[in-house]
Design a binder for this molecule. Structure first.
Ligand code: PLP
Length: 386
Protein backbone atom coordinates (compact mmCIF):
# COMPACT_ATOMS: atom_id res chain seq x y z
CA UNK A 1 0.00 0.00 0.00
CA UNK A 2 1.23 3.45 -0.89
CA UNK A 3 1.08 6.32 1.56
CA UNK A 4 -2.35 7.92 1.19
CA UNK A 5 -5.14 5.77 -0.10
CA UNK A 6 -3.85 4.81 -3.56
CA UNK A 7 -3.23 1.14 -4.29
CA UNK A 8 -0.06 0.80 -6.35
CA UNK A 9 -0.65 -1.86 -9.00
CA UNK A 10 2.12 -0.24 -11.06
CA UNK A 11 5.05 -1.64 -9.10
CA UNK A 12 7.08 -2.45 -12.24
CA UNK A 13 7.22 1.28 -12.92
CA UNK A 14 8.13 2.11 -9.30
CA UNK A 15 7.52 0.01 -6.22
CA UNK A 16 7.05 2.97 -3.88
CA UNK A 17 9.58 3.83 -1.18
CA UNK A 18 9.54 1.32 1.70
CA UNK A 19 8.79 2.71 5.19
CA UNK A 20 12.06 1.16 6.40
CA UNK A 21 13.90 3.28 3.81
CA UNK A 22 12.17 6.48 4.89
CA UNK A 23 13.05 5.65 8.52
CA UNK A 24 16.62 4.66 7.74
CA UNK A 25 18.01 7.32 5.42
CA UNK A 26 17.98 10.30 7.81
CA UNK A 27 21.60 9.87 8.83
CA UNK A 28 22.70 9.45 5.21
CA UNK A 29 21.09 12.78 4.33
CA UNK A 30 23.55 14.51 6.64
CA UNK A 31 26.73 12.90 5.32
CA UNK A 32 29.64 14.42 3.43
CA UNK A 33 31.75 13.25 0.50
CA UNK A 34 32.69 9.54 0.83
CA UNK A 35 36.05 10.26 -0.83
CA UNK A 36 37.07 12.71 1.93
CA UNK A 37 39.54 11.29 4.43
CA UNK A 38 38.10 13.12 7.45
CA UNK A 39 35.55 11.58 9.77
CA UNK A 40 32.55 13.00 7.90
CA UNK A 41 33.76 11.42 4.69
CA UNK A 42 34.61 8.12 6.35
CA UNK A 43 31.12 7.84 7.85
CA UNK A 44 29.68 8.32 4.37
CA UNK A 45 32.12 5.72 2.97
CA UNK A 46 31.09 3.20 5.64
CA UNK A 47 27.42 3.70 4.75
CA UNK A 48 28.07 3.20 1.04
CA UNK A 49 30.04 0.01 1.75
CA UNK A 50 27.30 -1.34 4.03
CA UNK A 51 24.78 -0.75 1.22
CA UNK A 52 27.08 -2.59 -1.19
CA UNK A 53 27.26 -5.57 1.20
CA UNK A 54 23.48 -5.55 1.60
CA UNK A 55 22.86 -5.59 -2.15
CA UNK A 56 25.50 -8.32 -2.55
CA UNK A 57 23.58 -10.28 0.10
CA UNK A 58 20.31 -10.04 -1.81
CA UNK A 59 22.00 -11.06 -5.07
CA UNK A 60 24.01 -13.86 -3.46
CA UNK A 61 27.26 -12.43 -4.86
CA UNK A 62 30.71 -13.77 -4.06
CA UNK A 63 34.06 -11.97 -3.95
CA UNK A 64 34.35 -12.57 -7.69
CA UNK A 65 31.68 -10.01 -8.44
CA UNK A 66 31.74 -6.28 -7.97
CA UNK A 67 28.89 -3.82 -7.53
CA UNK A 68 29.21 -0.41 -9.19
CA UNK A 69 26.56 2.04 -8.06
CA UNK A 70 25.08 4.13 -10.88
CA UNK A 71 22.30 6.65 -11.43
CA UNK A 72 19.92 3.86 -12.39
CA UNK A 73 19.57 0.85 -14.65
CA UNK A 74 19.54 3.09 -17.72
CA UNK A 75 23.11 4.18 -16.97
CA UNK A 76 24.10 0.62 -16.05
CA UNK A 77 22.73 -0.76 -19.34
CA UNK A 78 24.34 2.01 -21.37
CA UNK A 79 27.71 1.40 -19.69
CA UNK A 80 27.62 -2.34 -20.19
CA UNK A 81 26.55 -2.07 -23.82
CA UNK A 82 29.00 0.61 -24.88
CA UNK A 83 31.90 -0.71 -22.77
CA UNK A 84 33.28 -3.46 -25.03
CA UNK A 85 33.29 -0.96 -27.90
CA UNK A 86 34.70 2.01 -25.95
CA UNK A 87 37.65 -0.07 -24.84
CA UNK A 88 38.63 -0.84 -28.41
CA UNK A 89 38.18 -4.59 -27.82
CA UNK A 90 35.73 -4.54 -30.71
CA UNK A 91 36.56 -3.11 -34.08
CA UNK A 92 33.90 -1.79 -36.44
CA UNK A 93 36.10 -2.33 -39.45
CA UNK A 94 34.09 -5.03 -41.21
CA UNK A 95 30.37 -5.37 -41.65
CA UNK A 96 29.91 -8.47 -39.46
CA UNK A 97 27.25 -7.88 -36.79
CA UNK A 98 29.08 -7.46 -33.48
CA UNK A 99 26.24 -7.26 -30.96
CA UNK A 100 23.03 -9.24 -30.43
CA UNK A 101 19.89 -8.25 -28.58
CA UNK A 102 16.13 -8.92 -28.73
CA UNK A 103 13.23 -6.84 -30.02
CA UNK A 104 11.46 -6.83 -26.63
CA UNK A 105 14.24 -5.18 -24.63
CA UNK A 106 13.68 -2.00 -22.64
CA UNK A 107 14.52 1.23 -24.48
CA UNK A 108 17.55 1.64 -22.21
CA UNK A 109 19.03 -1.37 -24.02
CA UNK A 110 17.67 -0.80 -27.52
CA UNK A 111 18.83 2.82 -27.74
CA UNK A 112 22.51 2.20 -26.80
CA UNK A 113 22.48 -0.68 -29.31
CA UNK A 114 21.11 1.66 -31.98
CA UNK A 115 23.84 4.11 -31.06
CA UNK A 116 26.44 1.39 -31.64
CA UNK A 117 24.92 0.93 -35.09
CA UNK A 118 25.31 4.64 -35.80
CA UNK A 119 28.95 4.49 -34.60
CA UNK A 120 29.71 1.84 -37.20
CA UNK A 121 29.14 -1.30 -35.14
CA UNK A 122 26.29 -3.22 -36.78
CA UNK A 123 24.28 -5.74 -34.77
CA UNK A 124 21.30 -8.08 -34.74
CA UNK A 125 17.94 -7.45 -33.08
CA UNK A 126 16.33 -10.88 -32.78
CA UNK A 127 12.53 -10.93 -33.28
CA UNK A 128 10.68 -12.20 -30.21
CA UNK A 129 7.05 -12.94 -31.14
CA UNK A 130 6.79 -15.27 -28.13
CA UNK A 131 7.78 -12.43 -25.79
CA UNK A 132 11.34 -13.66 -25.20
CA UNK A 133 14.33 -15.06 -27.09
CA UNK A 134 15.25 -18.72 -26.84
CA UNK A 135 18.58 -20.55 -27.17
CA UNK A 136 18.02 -21.54 -30.81
CA UNK A 137 17.66 -17.91 -31.90
CA UNK A 138 20.74 -16.92 -29.91
CA UNK A 139 22.77 -19.74 -31.40
CA UNK A 140 21.75 -18.66 -34.86
CA UNK A 141 22.54 -14.96 -34.27
CA UNK A 142 25.85 -15.22 -32.39
CA UNK A 143 29.05 -15.63 -34.42
CA UNK A 144 32.75 -15.39 -33.66
CA UNK A 145 32.47 -11.67 -34.56
CA UNK A 146 29.95 -11.06 -31.75
CA UNK A 147 31.41 -8.95 -28.92
CA UNK A 148 28.24 -8.51 -26.88
CA UNK A 149 24.97 -10.30 -26.20
CA UNK A 150 22.46 -8.31 -24.16
CA UNK A 151 19.09 -9.77 -23.13
CA UNK A 152 16.67 -9.11 -20.32
CA UNK A 153 15.87 -11.35 -17.36
CA UNK A 154 12.14 -10.69 -17.53
CA UNK A 155 9.97 -8.30 -19.46
CA UNK A 156 8.66 -5.33 -17.54
CA UNK A 157 5.51 -5.07 -19.71
CA UNK A 158 4.42 -8.66 -20.25
CA UNK A 159 6.28 -10.57 -17.53
CA UNK A 160 7.76 -13.06 -20.03
CA UNK A 161 11.01 -14.60 -18.76
CA UNK A 162 14.10 -15.34 -20.82
CA UNK A 163 15.27 -18.97 -20.34
CA UNK A 164 18.54 -17.57 -19.10
CA UNK A 165 20.66 -20.66 -18.48
CA UNK A 166 19.88 -22.01 -21.96
CA UNK A 167 20.36 -18.66 -23.70
CA UNK A 168 23.69 -18.01 -21.97
CA UNK A 169 24.91 -21.53 -22.77
CA UNK A 170 23.93 -21.08 -26.43
CA UNK A 171 25.83 -17.77 -26.63
CA UNK A 172 28.89 -19.30 -24.92
CA UNK A 173 28.93 -22.17 -27.41
CA UNK A 174 29.58 -19.71 -30.19
CA UNK A 175 31.62 -16.87 -28.67
CA UNK A 176 33.57 -15.62 -25.67
CA UNK A 177 31.75 -12.28 -26.01
CA UNK A 178 30.46 -10.16 -23.10
CA UNK A 179 27.04 -11.31 -21.92
CA UNK A 180 24.97 -8.60 -20.24
CA UNK A 181 21.61 -9.11 -18.53
CA UNK A 182 19.12 -6.31 -17.93
CA UNK A 183 18.04 -7.79 -14.61
CA UNK A 184 15.86 -4.93 -13.38
CA UNK A 185 12.81 -7.16 -13.07
CA UNK A 186 14.80 -9.92 -11.35
CA UNK A 187 15.40 -8.03 -8.14
CA UNK A 188 12.99 -9.05 -5.40
CA UNK A 189 11.09 -11.39 -7.73
CA UNK A 190 13.42 -14.36 -7.99
CA UNK A 191 15.64 -16.48 -5.76
CA UNK A 192 17.93 -17.42 -8.66
CA UNK A 193 21.58 -16.42 -8.32
CA UNK A 194 22.21 -14.76 -11.66
CA UNK A 195 25.99 -14.87 -11.35
CA UNK A 196 25.94 -18.66 -11.12
CA UNK A 197 25.56 -18.38 -14.90
CA UNK A 198 28.65 -17.44 -16.94
CA UNK A 199 27.45 -13.88 -17.56
CA UNK A 200 29.68 -10.80 -17.45
CA UNK A 201 27.38 -8.11 -16.12
CA UNK A 202 23.86 -7.33 -14.98
CA UNK A 203 21.98 -4.13 -14.24
CA UNK A 204 19.57 -3.30 -11.43
CA UNK A 205 17.39 -0.40 -10.32
CA UNK A 206 16.70 0.66 -6.72
CA UNK A 207 13.21 2.05 -7.17
CA UNK A 208 11.86 -1.29 -8.39
CA UNK A 209 12.32 -2.71 -4.89
CA UNK A 210 11.36 0.20 -2.68
CA UNK A 211 14.49 2.35 -2.85
CA UNK A 212 14.69 5.80 -4.40
CA UNK A 213 14.50 6.69 -8.09
CA UNK A 214 17.77 7.70 -9.74
CA UNK A 215 19.94 4.95 -8.22
CA UNK A 216 20.95 1.62 -9.68
CA UNK A 217 23.82 -0.79 -9.98
CA UNK A 218 25.93 -2.50 -12.57
CA UNK A 219 27.37 -5.78 -11.31
CA UNK A 220 30.47 -7.06 -13.09
CA UNK A 221 33.00 -9.85 -12.56
CA UNK A 222 35.96 -8.68 -10.48
CA UNK A 223 38.37 -9.36 -13.33
CA UNK A 224 36.24 -7.32 -15.73
CA UNK A 225 38.12 -4.89 -17.95
CA UNK A 226 35.05 -2.65 -18.06
CA UNK A 227 35.82 0.68 -19.65
CA UNK A 228 33.99 3.37 -17.64
CA UNK A 229 31.33 5.38 -19.40
CA UNK A 230 31.68 8.30 -16.98
CA UNK A 231 35.30 9.36 -16.57
CA UNK A 232 36.81 11.81 -14.14
CA UNK A 233 37.38 10.89 -10.50
CA UNK A 234 38.41 7.47 -9.22
CA UNK A 235 35.11 6.62 -7.50
CA UNK A 236 33.58 3.15 -7.58
CA UNK A 237 37.04 1.58 -8.05
CA UNK A 238 37.52 3.71 -11.16
CA UNK A 239 34.55 2.05 -12.87
CA UNK A 240 32.25 5.08 -12.53
CA UNK A 241 33.44 8.62 -11.91
CA UNK A 242 31.36 11.10 -9.89
CA UNK A 243 30.63 11.61 -6.20
CA UNK A 244 28.33 8.85 -5.01
CA UNK A 245 24.64 9.50 -4.32
CA UNK A 246 25.07 8.48 -0.67
CA UNK A 247 21.43 8.78 0.43
CA UNK A 248 20.19 6.97 -2.67
CA UNK A 249 22.76 4.19 -2.25
CA UNK A 250 21.96 3.82 1.47
CA UNK A 251 18.25 3.61 0.59
CA UNK A 252 19.04 0.92 -2.01
CA UNK A 253 20.92 -1.05 0.66
CA UNK A 254 18.09 -0.82 3.17
CA UNK A 255 15.51 -1.89 0.57
CA UNK A 256 17.76 -4.80 -0.50
CA UNK A 257 18.05 -5.94 3.10
CA UNK A 258 14.29 -5.78 3.71
CA UNK A 259 13.68 -7.78 0.53
CA UNK A 260 16.41 -10.35 1.28
CA UNK A 261 15.02 -11.15 4.73
CA UNK A 262 11.68 -12.29 3.28
CA UNK A 263 12.39 -13.01 -0.38
CA UNK A 264 10.49 -16.31 -0.58
CA UNK A 265 7.50 -14.89 1.30
CA UNK A 266 7.39 -11.80 -0.88
CA UNK A 267 7.45 -13.85 -4.10
CA UNK A 268 4.66 -16.10 -2.75
CA UNK A 269 2.53 -13.10 -1.86
CA UNK A 270 3.07 -11.57 -5.31
CA UNK A 271 1.93 -14.83 -6.91
CA UNK A 272 -1.16 -14.93 -4.68
CA UNK A 273 -2.09 -11.33 -5.51
CA UNK A 274 -1.51 -11.94 -9.22
CA UNK A 275 -3.70 -15.08 -9.15
CA UNK A 276 -6.45 -13.23 -7.26
CA UNK A 277 -6.56 -10.46 -9.88
CA UNK A 278 -6.39 -12.96 -12.77
CA UNK A 279 -9.30 -14.97 -11.33
CA UNK A 280 -11.35 -11.85 -10.70
CA UNK A 281 -10.85 -10.66 -14.30
CA UNK A 282 -11.69 -14.13 -15.63
CA UNK A 283 -14.95 -14.35 -13.66
CA UNK A 284 -16.14 -10.76 -13.58
CA UNK A 285 -15.04 -9.10 -16.85
CA UNK A 286 -16.00 -10.24 -20.36
CA UNK A 287 -13.94 -9.71 -23.52
CA UNK A 288 -10.45 -9.68 -22.08
CA UNK A 289 -7.21 -11.29 -23.16
CA UNK A 290 -4.19 -12.03 -21.02
CA UNK A 291 -0.89 -11.29 -22.76
CA UNK A 292 1.34 -12.44 -19.90
CA UNK A 293 2.35 -16.11 -19.71
CA UNK A 294 -0.22 -17.92 -17.56
CA UNK A 295 1.19 -19.71 -14.51
CA UNK A 296 4.73 -18.55 -15.22
CA UNK A 297 6.80 -15.45 -15.88
CA UNK A 298 7.39 -12.64 -13.40
CA UNK A 299 5.37 -13.38 -10.25
CA UNK A 300 3.79 -9.93 -10.10
CA UNK A 301 2.99 -8.97 -13.70
CA UNK A 302 -0.25 -9.11 -15.69
CA UNK A 303 -0.85 -7.62 -19.12
CA UNK A 304 -4.53 -7.50 -20.10
CA UNK A 305 -6.29 -6.29 -23.24
CA UNK A 306 -9.88 -5.19 -22.61
CA UNK A 307 -11.93 -5.22 -25.86
CA UNK A 308 -13.67 -1.96 -26.78
CA UNK A 309 -11.75 0.22 -24.33
CA UNK A 310 -8.94 2.74 -24.39
CA UNK A 311 -6.32 1.97 -21.76
CA UNK A 312 -5.76 5.68 -21.15
CA UNK A 313 -9.41 6.15 -20.20
CA UNK A 314 -9.26 3.12 -17.93
CA UNK A 315 -6.11 4.40 -16.22
CA UNK A 316 -7.75 7.76 -15.51
CA UNK A 317 -10.95 6.12 -14.20
CA UNK A 318 -8.92 3.81 -11.96
CA UNK A 319 -6.73 6.65 -10.77
CA UNK A 320 -9.87 8.52 -9.65
CA UNK A 321 -10.86 5.36 -7.77
CA UNK A 322 -7.43 5.25 -6.08
CA UNK A 323 -5.92 2.40 -8.10
CA UNK A 324 -2.71 2.89 -10.10
CA UNK A 325 -1.96 0.86 -13.24
CA UNK A 326 -0.18 1.67 -16.50
CA UNK A 327 -0.78 1.42 -20.25
CA UNK A 328 0.70 -0.51 -23.11
CA UNK A 329 1.32 2.82 -24.76
CA UNK A 330 3.50 5.72 -23.80
CA UNK A 331 2.69 9.25 -24.81
CA UNK A 332 5.49 10.58 -26.97
CA UNK A 333 5.09 14.20 -28.03
CA UNK A 334 1.35 14.12 -27.40
CA UNK A 335 0.80 11.12 -29.69
CA UNK A 336 0.15 7.73 -28.10
CA UNK A 337 2.71 5.29 -29.43
CA UNK A 338 1.95 1.60 -29.05
CA UNK A 339 4.40 -0.36 -26.99
CA UNK A 340 7.09 -2.01 -29.13
CA UNK A 341 6.83 -5.05 -26.86
CA UNK A 342 3.09 -5.54 -27.33
CA UNK A 343 3.42 -5.04 -31.08
CA UNK A 344 6.29 -7.55 -31.17
CA UNK A 345 4.07 -10.22 -29.58
CA UNK A 346 1.45 -9.63 -32.25
CA UNK A 347 -0.97 -7.04 -30.86
CA UNK A 348 -2.46 -4.54 -33.31
CA UNK A 349 -2.12 -0.83 -32.49
CA UNK A 350 -5.77 -0.82 -31.38
CA UNK A 351 -5.26 -3.80 -29.06
CA UNK A 352 -1.99 -2.40 -27.67
CA UNK A 353 -3.84 0.80 -26.85
CA UNK A 354 -6.55 -1.20 -25.09
CA UNK A 355 -3.97 -2.95 -22.89
CA UNK A 356 -3.11 -2.27 -19.29
CA UNK A 357 -0.24 -3.59 -17.23
CA UNK A 358 -1.02 -4.53 -13.68
CA UNK A 359 2.08 -5.15 -11.56
CA UNK A 360 1.58 -5.92 -7.88
CA UNK A 361 3.66 -5.31 -4.77
CA UNK A 362 4.37 -7.94 -2.14
CA UNK A 363 2.23 -6.41 0.59
CA UNK A 364 -1.34 -5.89 -0.63
CA UNK A 365 -4.02 -6.77 1.91
CA UNK A 366 -7.01 -8.86 0.79
CA UNK A 367 -9.28 -5.82 1.31
CA UNK A 368 -7.07 -3.71 -0.91
CA UNK A 369 -7.06 -6.33 -3.66
CA UNK A 370 -10.84 -6.68 -3.50
CA UNK A 371 -11.17 -2.89 -3.70
CA UNK A 372 -8.86 -2.85 -6.70
CA UNK A 373 -10.72 -5.53 -8.68
CA UNK A 374 -14.09 -3.95 -7.86
CA UNK A 375 -12.78 -0.62 -9.18
CA UNK A 376 -11.42 -2.34 -12.28
CA UNK A 377 -14.69 -4.16 -12.98
CA UNK A 378 -16.69 -0.95 -12.55
CA UNK A 379 -14.28 1.11 -14.68
CA UNK A 380 -14.41 -1.43 -17.53
CA UNK A 381 -18.24 -1.61 -17.39
CA UNK A 382 -18.58 2.18 -17.37
CA UNK A 383 -15.99 2.62 -20.09
CA UNK A 384 -17.89 0.22 -22.34
CA UNK A 385 -21.22 1.95 -21.91
CA UNK A 386 -19.82 5.30 -23.07
N1 PLP B 1 15.20 -2.12 -17.72
C1 PLP B 1 13.97 -2.52 -17.38
C2 PLP B 1 13.55 -3.92 -17.71
C3 PLP B 1 13.10 -1.66 -16.70
O1 PLP B 1 11.89 -2.09 -16.35
C4 PLP B 1 13.54 -0.35 -16.40
C5 PLP B 1 12.63 0.62 -15.75
O2 PLP B 1 11.43 0.60 -16.01
C6 PLP B 1 14.84 0.03 -16.76
C7 PLP B 1 15.64 -0.87 -17.43
C8 PLP B 1 15.39 1.42 -16.46
O3 PLP B 1 15.59 1.57 -15.07
P1 PLP B 1 15.90 3.01 -14.41
O4 PLP B 1 14.57 3.63 -14.15
O5 PLP B 1 16.62 2.70 -13.14
O6 PLP B 1 16.74 3.77 -15.36
Amino acid sequence: MLSGAAINLDANASYGVLPEVIEGIHEALRTLNPSSIHGGGQRARAMVELARDRLAGLLGLSKSERIIFTSGATEANTSAILAPFLSGQAKGSDSSPCWVTSAVEHHSVLEPCRRLGRLGYPGVVIPAPTGFVGPEQIEEAVTTATRLVTVMYGNNETGHRTPLAEVVAAARLKSDCSIHIDAVQHLGKSTERLFDEPIDSASFSAHKIGGLTGVGALVVRSDSQLEPLLVGGAQELRYRAGTENVAGIVAFGIAADVVRKDLHGRIERMWAARRFIEDAIRHRISDHRFNHPLGEGLPNTLSVTFGGLRADDLIVALDLAGVLVSAGAACASGKPESSHVLKEIGLSDADAQATVRISVRADHTPTELERAVEALTRAVELGRTR
